[in-house]
Design a binder for this molecule. Structure first.
Ligand code: SF4
Length: 252
């Protein structure tokens, strides 16, 4: 089943497999996905607003609206979260005032939830931009998507907007410190499980030198009918290939 999009700025806390109790921040419009990718496996269905820049999108929440929503949530929650996490209806770094919002979130965390860490789930599409990287670097944890190695599979699987290039993404990730890479693998005609793609993906990981890889497969609804979950043997084989390069990898 395809998941419902977030209707507001703050959601959760949710119990995340990777982060524990995590309070979500959605800085994209309510109930509409805005993303530079249109991944064939997206749990929210096909991308409605497929853009690599969001300057002209009128219903993005303002910096003040995000500050006020987070302040209310942190004041009212009976138990504070372990993480305050940028995620939600698409790609958070698309917000033209992402830098200011990051500053506000870090300030509020210090005032109201000093024990919580800040994190982001990003698809890496804008990581080649130095200003975006500077803001990402201020967060405690960066979980960045890299599903593919080959340009051909990236185009088919993540369906990026024109101009979003896997080589620029890789170079941006190389320049970002302490990156956790998140990779979803899937079998089927629109999947990314072909051996050439996996080999090229590992070559990119060797350049990026991530803190760890989080590898998983489909466990929710997805829009393409040409996909199926990777088998346990596929996940184990990829885990072994990555470990051979002395890169830490967790399979979820
Ligand atoms: S990057 Fe994330 S939100 Fe965007 S289409 Fe892919 S899975 Fe969905």
């Amino acid at each position: 089943m395809i998941l419902e999009l977030q209707k507001g700025i703050i959601y959760g806390p949710v119990n995340s497999r990777r982060l524990g109790r995590s309070l979500g921040i959605n800085i994209l419009p309510p109930a509409r996905k805005v993303c530079p990718f249109n991944c064939v496996y997206c749990q929210y269905g096909w991308t409605e607003t497929h853009v690599a820049r969001a300057d002209d999108i009128p219903d993005l929440p303002s910096v003040n609206a995000v500050r006020s929503a987070l302040k209310n949530a942190l004041t009212e929650l009976p138990t504070l979260p372990a993480y305050i996490t940028f995620s939600g209806n698409g790609e958070p770094t698309l917000h033209p005032e992402f830098d200011k919002i990051v500053e506000e979130v870090i300030t509020l965390r210090g005032q109201l939830a000093p024990g919580a860490k800040t994190a982001i789930l990003s698809n890496s599409a804008l990581v080649s931009d130095p200003l975006t990287r500077a803001s990402l670097s201020k967060l405690d944890m960066r979980i960045m998507k890299l599903d593919c190695g080959s340009r051909k599979t990236f185009t088919k699987y993540n369906q990026p907007c024109p101009g979003v290039d896997i080589e620029a993404i890789t170079e941006g990730l190389v320049q970002l410190s302490a990156v956790h890479i998140q990779t979803l693998v899937a079998a089927g005609g629109r999947g990314n499980l072909n051996p050439e793609n996996i080999e090229e993906w590992i070559e990119r990981l060797k350049r990026i030198k991530p803190v760890s890889i989080q590898l998983y497969t489909l466990d929710r609804g997805y829009p393409s009918n040409q996909l199926r979950p990777a088998g346990r043997e596929d996940l184990n084989r990829i885990q072994g290939q990555v470990q051979k390069e002395r890169i830490v990898i967790d399979v979820f």
